[in-house]
Design a protein. Structure first.
Ligand SMILES: [Fe+2]
Length: 458
């Protein structure tokens, strides 16, 4: 393989432009706010994206000198504290220092951040254009690993930025002039689809793809007995039945830890929903709203519901079903009667007809509107319109080795508390769409664009 410098420079510029556009959506007073208590204030991410790229490729990869030691350290790493612990409590060494800094007084001014970012961008682009960034046998530069690490890292952060923006008051966001909410539609009827027993491909060998994160490697397979899975994601209409039936007040549907969480946080409905009589009120308000990015909408009943893994699992139990495992998802999405597919719909590159991804929409779209993206078995929206929760705890495949360009990327989360999500959301970049890409979050993290579907044994 030889690196296409023009392609990676253009991807880096595209990333930076999109990140800038995302920050431009915010009013100035939002820059130091912290819409999700478990994450850093917004200013951190403005510095983190260029700092991570610069630190990883230019400083660590190429061994070049730094720009500003203080800012490079300040913006080095995100956090993932447990939602089950008070947010003021430090979780570990790295988090302790970062939490200590998470005060408004401690953050640099916006002009200083912008200036640092511009210089980091300049040096990263120079490295991509002229640097010796592809060196066989080098821990960070073999197959230009650090180049793809920084490109995919920024693309992934754009999604996490957007789910943070989702929680900001509408007054702190500049609504794009062309924005129109996606319209509701008739909900598709529920249908089970049987997937025959077979082998699911999980991981991939390093030399079979241009780039993969360490948790996607090496190649791994699992034998999957036949199972049934829903053709569509659970819609808001279907989830409303669970809410109205008192699902959030019934201990039977929740694990001990999940029940403690919803009791402690007084959770009575999906975070994206708001009752017209105020958050956390009765389970049968006159009307439910959906907190979109720019508008409060009457809950679009045909859209996939966005919920935490704990709520997804409770709903599935109430239905007498369960969440699919990661191998079942792989089999449902990429398996076929003869050979594995690159995407659920086949081997063609992801396109708008196949699903809702790559920032094509601010909102989810009605279930059943992308039949061209169906898998070999006829299962729809497995990639796009919301990540798909699985019942599988995030863990390494046999033979895992932490990657040198970002050693803590996966390894820090093999703690038995994170669950694998697969697929893509409306704001997942197309470059991240591949069968082995894995995402993961805690069961009690309700902010992400994640939906689910039910599965059961046959
Ligand atoms: Fe990051």
């Amino acid at each position: 393989m030889s690196l296409d410098r023009e392609a990676v420079v253009s991807w880096y510029r595209r990333n930076r432009e999109r990140s800038r556009a995302l920050f431009d959506l915010l009013s100035d007073d939002a820059f130091y706010s912290q819409p999700i208590a478990l994450r850093h204030p917004i200013v951190f991410y403005a510095g983190h994206l260029p700092a991570f790229s610069f630190n990883t490729l230019v400083k660590r990869g190429l061994g070049c000198p730094g720009i500003d030691e203080r800012l490079e350290t300040l913006f080095a790493r995100g956090i993932d504290p447990s939602p089950d612990a008070p947010t003021t409590t430090a979780q570990g060494g790295d988090t302790a220092t970062l939490e200590g800094r998470a005060t408004l007084a401690g953050w640099p001014g916006r002009a200083e951040v912008d200036q640092f970012a511009a210089e980091a961008d300049r040096r990263v682009i120079d490295a991509l254009e002229h640097g010796d960034v592809e060196r066989p046998g080098h821990p960070l530069l073999d197959r230009a690993d650090a180049v793809f690490t920084i490109l995919e890292h920024e693309a992934m952060h754009q999604e996490t930025l957007l789910y943070m923006w989702q929680r900001l008051p509408f007054a702190q966001k500049n609504r794009p002039a062309e924005y129109r909410p996606v319209l509701d539609a008739p909900s598709p009827s529920f249908e089970w689809i049987e997937v025959p027993a077979g082998r699911a491909t999980l991981g991939v060998e390093r030399d079979q793809i241009a780039f993969g994160w360490d948790n996607e490697l090496p190649s791994s397979c699992a034998d999957v007995p036949s199972f049934a899975i829903a053709r569509h994601d659970v819609t808001n209409a279907q989830f409303l039945e669970f809410v109205s039936a008192g699902g959030y007040e019934d201990r039977r549907w929740w694990t001990d830890a999940d029940w403690q969480w919803i009791q402690r946080e007084r959770i009575r409905h999906p975070l994206f929903w708001e009752p017209d009589d105020g958050p956390g009120q009765a389970r049968t308000p006159r009307r439910w709203f959906w907190r979109g990015m720019f508008d409060l909408l009457s809950v679009p009943m045909s859209w996939p519901v966005y919920v935490s893994q704990a709520e997804a699992a409770a709903y599935a139990r109430w239905r007498g079903a369960r969440l699919p495992s990661e191998p079942e998802y792989q089999r449902a999405a990429f398996g076929s009667p003869d050979r594995d597919r690159v995407h659920p719909w086949g081997d063609q590159a992801p396109a708008a007809a196949h699903g809702v991804f790559d920032f094509s929409s601010w909102d989810p779209e009605p279930a059943g509107t992308h039949p061209a993206g169906a898998s070999a078995w006829g299962i729809e929206d497995l990639v796009g319109n919301g990540w798909e929760w699985t019942s599988t705890t995030f863990a390494p495949f046999p033979g895992f080795r932490a990657m040198a360009s970002y050693p803590e990327y996966s390894a820090d989360f093999f703690d038995g508390e994170h669950f694998v999500m697969k697929g893509a959301s409306p704001v997942t970049a197309r470059e991240l769409i591949r069968p082995t890409f894995r995402n993961w979050f805690r069961a009690h993290y309700p902010y992400v664009y994640a939906t689910f579907r039910c599965a059961k044994n046959i």
